[in-house]
Design a protein around this ligand. Sequence first.
Ligand code: GLY
Length: 389
Amino acid sequence: MEKLFTEMPVITENEMQNALDFSSKQVINNLPDFTYKFQKAYSENGFYQPIENDDWTTGFWTGEIWLAYEFCKDDRLKKAALIQVDSFLNRIDQKIAVDHHDMGFLYSPSCVAAYKLVGSEKAREAAIKAADQLITRFHPVGEFIQAWGAMDEPENYRLIIDCLLNLPLLYWATEETKDEKYREIAEKHIHTAIKNVIREDYSTWHTFYFNMQTGEPDHGATCQGYRDGSAWARGQAWGIYGSALAYRYTKREEYVDIFKHVTRYYLEHLPKDMVPYWDLEFGEGSSQPRDSSSASIAACGMLEMAKYLDETDAAYYTKLAKQMIKSLYDNYAVKDPDTSNGLVLHSTYSNHSPYNTCNHYGVDECNSWGDYFYMEALTRMLKDWKQYW
Ligand code: GLY
């Protein structure tokens, strides 16, 4: 294994404590505005505005509250998170903006977390209903979970790499209910996704289309990346964390290899400070915006995989994760609550390019999952974390 980034410093335990301490205080300070409301997906000029529980991203905010609760055990956090659990149960009961694949992003860090941490039965009910909702998007022809849009339209007959993070909800549902249907669907989707979204050079497609009649793989395309053939930085990070989780749940040896190669591609396309530009097409010195959230996601994926590897490999990926988080802590994390109510700056949600159809929003801002995964990575490094995914 050729060594990369050998000179970069790792985050110390003291710095991890400081980072989680600041993050937890920031979360507590946000509770008055964000208990009955949720954070918008991205900040504007550094500040999140409150929204209803109707976007795919609201679970990350509740997840931050739970992670802060795990760190400092302040009862105000538990109380607020449980109020949000009520909202998640209502959302799935009323079917408010749930006809898409993001049930895992919504319900794992909010409700599965609530059930695991404090035994909330309401949270359990909500998360199982969310798993039931998620499997309605499975296509037996093609064997994948469709990300967005109506289920009978060829232009929507595709999976996206991000979905690998939605599948732990299904494994959890099988574990809880003993009904194998959730696990079987998750397994089929993982297999189809990994077979198709990983390119020969281990860069990744963001999205992949299938033939509606035959289920045969058709073609890859980007949605949020710079162009079809490039590697969207967050997509590659979803691939790193997603392949680690795929291994955790299936124990298929080939996913270890996939993880190593997809991670390698990512590392080889990072600028010097280990925080990618929004697409891996852009390297050191580019004037393009960064996506700091991608680094936090990749760090969590490496820390997850390290649990299953031999000592040498585990130490290698753990060190890389600690270096990445150190870079975020030093140069990207919010230090002053007067400048932002978020945690990590310089993230990119949706950036327009000449080759994609994205609108421009949440560019060079905090975003909700960037903040969440930063806290998750810090928590993973400080203790043996009982994970939400
Ligand atoms: N899952 C959507 C995104 O990463 O922006």
